[in-house]
Design a protein around this ligand. Structure first.
Ligand code: GLU
Length: 478
């Protein structure tokens, strides 16, 4: 997958963990949008070299989540675990060049060293014990089968300056950088070696990633220098803070993975739109964007370096917006997996009416049942619920009987306006108040203290079902 031309090429490089944190999803989205906004390519690489973090089925979750988000990648997926010999060769090349060295220090020694450094309030890091081992000694140890890693021999002096696409110029003092392990004892590369080799070999021109990688910049740039390759351009995204505005968004803040949001009934349109605004803004007041619109509007120059905040309320507002915007047939399809109601038992026309009155109240797809169950199953309410608090039984019964009478004679149930007119006429013709008529009808039809308006209920339920329920309630209150 060489990059022969001047094509701008980004990549998403997820480590398969079995879920996609919102922060990672935002990084992938920005890599995707950056590529699309400049007519470039977006690639996918599975970074699965950490055997300790292996999770069964996690790779599939990556593909499923990318597909769900609609982030289509170009070309073949690169899988690091199938490229081990490549990394090994490059690590050895660095040793041959004198840029890296074999290190035989045991895990025990390293953790002891760390403990001591911590105790003495020193910066933690490798003490470079093996850095200057004599070549013969190294050969001898390898021959004896001593477990070893390969470490990068960082220069002891000098600086590296990087012009970050988001953070501007960042300077690093090389004397402060640890001798990073590049190849582990199990023959697997660390992230640092694999990322540089793969980004170079697959012609990646721009890397956008989380700011937890800022401290790795000097190691990566130095690796590029050792290999004689031109480094990619970098943009490091700020953290996403949780609702306390202090700590990084995490499990503490509830479900924060794309998969969790999906199973809680959030729409992909809302997820994409909301996370796009976590650190990017269009420079206008506009807040709603589809993925296709973002592809055109996105501009890396408008990505902020200050932290973004994940505001659940705002996210809900976006989800509600997309639920309200969606056409009823489409929405019904999306609701199906979240509903306990067997839609096949009901006429489409009825279901669409239900949707049209319920959807403005829904925040997630799961809310459908909460706000609509009384259209499908109904038990008469308790007598007291039928009377409006400020009304009395005499007016309630009068309004109820008159309304039933009028509704029985009404043939045009096609519009909510018409039904509203009928109920209003019962109020005026009998010298009643709205609460004497509207409340009892609404409470009777839904058997809930809060529900859509009585006219919406009448319209959805239709003449037969509505009158059936009302008459049963009349028996209760009389
Ligand atoms: N595998 C790394 C991660 O999941 C990728 C970092 C990068 O984009 O270079 O954070």
């Amino acid at each position: 997958m060489q990059n022969s031309g001047n094509t701008i090429r980004t990549r998403a490089a997820p480590s398969p963990t079995g879920f996609m944190h919102v922060g990672n999803a935002r990084t992938f989205l920005f890599e995707y949008l950056f590529a699309k906004s400049v007519g470039g390519e977006f690639h996918l690489r599975i970074e699965d070299t950490d055997q300790k973090r292996y999770v069964e089925g996690a790779e599939q979750v990556v593909y499923d989540t990318f597909n769900f988000l609609g982030l289509k990648w170009d070309g073949e997926v690169i899988k690091q675990s199938s490229r081990l010999s490549i990394y090994k060769d490059y690590a050895r090349k660095l040793v041959e060049q004198g840029n890296a060295y074999f290190c035989f220090c045991s895990e025990e020694r390293l953790s002891q060293l760390r403990e001591e450094q911590e105790k003495n309030h020193q910066p933690t890091g490798y003490d470079r014990k093996c850095r200057d081992l004599h070549a013969d000694e190294v050969l001898e140890k390898i021959k004896n089968g001593e477990s070893h890693v390969i470490r990068l021999k960082m220069p002891e002096t000098g600086k590296i300056v990087l012009s970050d696409m988001i953070r501007g110029e960042i300077e690093f003092d090389l004397s402060l950088v640890d001798d990073q392990v590049l190849l582990k004892a199990d023959g697997f590369p660390t992230y640092h070696l694999a990322v540089v080799v793969d980004d170079h070999m697959t012609g990646i021109t721009h890397v956008i990633r989380g700011d937890e990688w800022v401290s790795s910049i000097p190691k990566h740039i130095y690796l590029y220098q050792c290999f004689g390759w031109e480094p990619t351009k970098y943009g490091h995204l700020s953290v996403i803070l949780g609702s306390d505005k202090k700590k990084k968004l995490s499990k503490r803040d509830g479900a924060v993975s794309v998969e969790a949001f999906r199973t809680q009934g959030y729409l992909v349109e809302a997820i994409i739109n909301y996370i796009a605004l976590l650190g990017w803004n269009p420079g206008t007041e506009r807040e709603f964007f589809t993925l296709a619109e973002l592809e055109k509007e996105f501009n890396i120059k408008r990505v902020q370096k200050s932290p973004a905040m994940f505001d659940m309320e705002k996210f809900n507002h976006f989800n509600a917006h997309y639920i309200h915007e969606m056409n009823d047939v489409e929405l019904l399809k999306k609701i199906k997996p979240f509903s306990e109601i067997d839609f096949s038992k009901y006429a489409n026309e009825f279901l669409q009416k239900v949707i049209s009155v319920v959807k403005t109240r829904m925040v997630t797809l799961k809310d459908f049942d909460v706000y609509s169950h009384f259209f499908f199953t109904w038990q008469p309410p308790k007598k007291d619920m039928i009377k409006f608090a400020k009304s009395d039984w005499q007016n309630t019964i009068l309004g109820f009987e008159k309304a039933i009478e009028k509704l029985e004679n009404l043939d045009d149930w096609n519009t909510i306006e018409k039904l509203n007119e009928v109920l209003l006429s019962v109020v005026t013709e009998n010298g009643l108040k709205n609460g004497d008529v509207f409340w009892p009808i609404r409470a009777s039809l839904s058997a809930e203290s809060a529900s859509p308006s009585p006219t919406e209920l009448l319209w959805v339920l239709g003449k037969e079902l509505s009158l059936n329920r009302l008459k049963k309630c009349l028996v209760i209150i009389k």
